[in-house]
Design a binder for this molecule. Structure first.
Ligand code: 6PG
Length: 264
């Protein structure tokens, strides 16, 4: 498995590149299979990308009638709660483009967590094409927390080692809330997985995840290793500042993906 690292001078250029990648991958998937399935990331980083996608010229470059939008994780809150990842994407993008409501598959943050996880897995099983053990997204967008979590795979919690379920609910002490998350089973079945990492505050953790020892329980972002998909790290220079290797624009073997099992 290889990981492509793309570096950008600043957050704005990173957001523009991520939006352009979305347009490009969507056109390719729609051309090949008539639709594009994407799991959006939560958190604050992708908001700029969503806004660019929801505005000219990019919004006109996407056939929104063929875009199916999902989420990589969700906070267990109502859809209009300020903490909702669905609300973030709805306000920054989905309310601004002609995407049919039936193409939007939100996680039911307002439902009992375990039931919401089971319901979302049922939806994924019916909506995604099979790819071995799991359904295959065309694109999964991910962020990385400064503690090494991604989606809602948090350090020390069982979901990072899940081998069967595609969606799990977990109570996360660190943020004092229930969360819903895709598990590595479905993340690593995706055709494309893109991390968006921005800012000096992520620099130390990014270096640990990319260049440090493999320890997925402490650094869940390391578990992301698409089995037969493309992993891309889109990062800005402030976030890349602590990386030792100058792998600008290089395709390199990501340490955790060198044939080994990242969860070992
Ligand atoms: C969430 C996200 C989470 C996020 C990271 C980074 O629900 O919070 O899915 O995994 O991507 O915490 O968050 P920022 O982009 O806000 O730094």
């Amino acid at each position: 498995m290889t990981a492509a690292f793309r570096y950008y001078p600043d957050r704005d250029s990173l957001m523009a590149a991520a939006a352009d990648q979305f347009v490009r991958l969507a056109a390719a998937a729609i051309g090949a299979r008539g639709r594009f399935t994407v799991a959006l990331s939560g958190g604050s980083t992708p908001k700029g990308m969503y806004r660019l996608l929801g505005a000219e010229p990019r919004s006109a470059q996407v056939d929104w009638s063929k875009i199916n939008v999902f989420w990589g994780d969700e906070r267990c809150v109502p859809p209009d709660d300020p903490a909702s990842n669905y609300r973030l994407a709805r306000e920054a993008l989905l309310d601004l483009v002609p995407i049919p409501s039936q193409n939007i598959f939100r996680m039911l943050g307002e439902a009992p967590p375990e039931r919401a996880a089971e319901e979302y897995e049922r939806i994924l099983r019916s909506e995604l094409p099979a790819n071995g053990a799991a359904g295959r997204f065309d694109l999964i967008l991910l962020g990385m927390g400064d503690n090494g979590h991604t989606a809602s795979l948090f350090p020390g919690l069982p979901a990072v080692r899940e081998r069967l379920r595609w969606v799990m609910a977990e109570y996360v002490e660190e943020v004092s809330m229930w969360r819903l998350t895709l598990t590595p089973v479905v993340i690593n079945a995706a055709a494309n997985v893109s991390f968006l990492v921005s800012g000096e505050d992520k620099a130390e953790m990014l270096a640990r995840v990319i260049e440090g020892p493999v320890d997925v329980d402490r650094l869940p972002a390391q578990v992301v290793r698409p089995v037969n998909g493309q992993l891309r790290w889109l990062v800005d220079e402030p976030a890349a500042r602590r990386l030792q290797h100058d792998d600008r624009f290089a395709e390199i073997e990501q340490r955790v993906g060198r044939g080994g099992d990242a969860t070992s």
